[in-house]
Design a protein. Structure first.
Length: 256
């Protein structure tokens, strides 16, 4: 298997050429749902799907919570024009062993305030990764690439769909290396022809984009979608045997 390394600052990509209020949201009148700590525990255990607004109310924290969901992976929820029941898109920061942010996955928001918040959150990254070209995943792409001075790494067909920018290509089998951390690239078409997932090797986890969701159902669009390809991509993800899945919408999924 022929490979080559592309050095980008301290990040290396190993290329594989072979390849409204809480009551309304939670039904707080129901006595079974009055214990905020129990609800939060259920969310963390992966047994409760809740919108970010609900999670913020449960923790009495501002919207846009930032979780370290695994060693080297931080997750933030950003408001996007996505499909209900989702209201936000999860974005991720991949960090090195020292905690320094190296890669932003999903430059999702297009709202100016949300773009500004993401720019602060992702300050210092060396690359932006895109799972696919749908608007709720690339809404802030041009602005964030310029603001963060970071190139965009995506499937080869993504650039033609997202407009001009500093693009680098990611393909099936590529491996992202930052210090001791490694992430493998999977091409998973079906929801979109250019859809990518990322295997977090150290945590035995999968950043699934829209391939697997924590809330709602993956749509197979008439344009660019293919059910047979999607079923094959699900099998591909299953073959990775992830212990945890980090979706683009909804909570993390345990025992993926």
């Amino acid at each position: 298997m022929e490979r080559h390394r592309v050095d980008l600052l301290h990040l290396t990509v190993v290329k594989n050429r072979a390849q409204e209020d809480r009551r309304q949201e939670t039904g707080a009148d129901d006595p079974r749902l009055e214990d905020a700590d129990a609800l939060w525990a259920a969310f963390e255990a992966g047994t409760l799907a809740a919108a970010p607004e609900v999670l913020a109310a449960l923790r009495r924290e501002p919207l846009g919570l930032d979780w370290e969901v695994a060693p080297g992976v931080r997750m933030g929820a950003f408001r996007t024009p996505t499909l209900l029941p989702a209201t936000h898109t999860n974005s991720f920061l991949l960090t090195d062993e020292g905690g320094r942010a190296r890669v932003l996955v999903e430059p999702a928001p297009r709202d100016r305030g949300e773009v500004e918040r993401m720019a602060r959150w992702a300050a210092g990254v060396e690359a932006i990764f895109v799972t696919h070209h749908h608007p709720d995943h690339v809404g802030g792409l041009p602005a964030l690439s310029e603001r963060l001075r970071a190139p965009v790494w995506a499937h080869p067909s993504t650039a033609s769909r997202c407009g001009p920018g500093r693009y680098r290509h990611l393909q099936d089998g590529d491996e992202v290396v930052a210090g001791e951390r490694r992430w493998q690239v999977l091409h998973t078409p079906g929801h979109a022809v250019d859809h990518l997932c990322f295997v977090v090797e150290e945590d035995d986890a999968l950043i699934s984009g829209d391939n697997v969701l924590g809330v709602g159902t993956t749509v197979i669009p008439a344009e660019g979608g293919d059910l047979l390809d999607y079923m094959g991509s699900l099998q591909r993800a299953l073959d990775e045997n992830p212990g945890r899945i980090y979706p683009a919408h909804g909570p993390c999924i345990e025992d993926g």
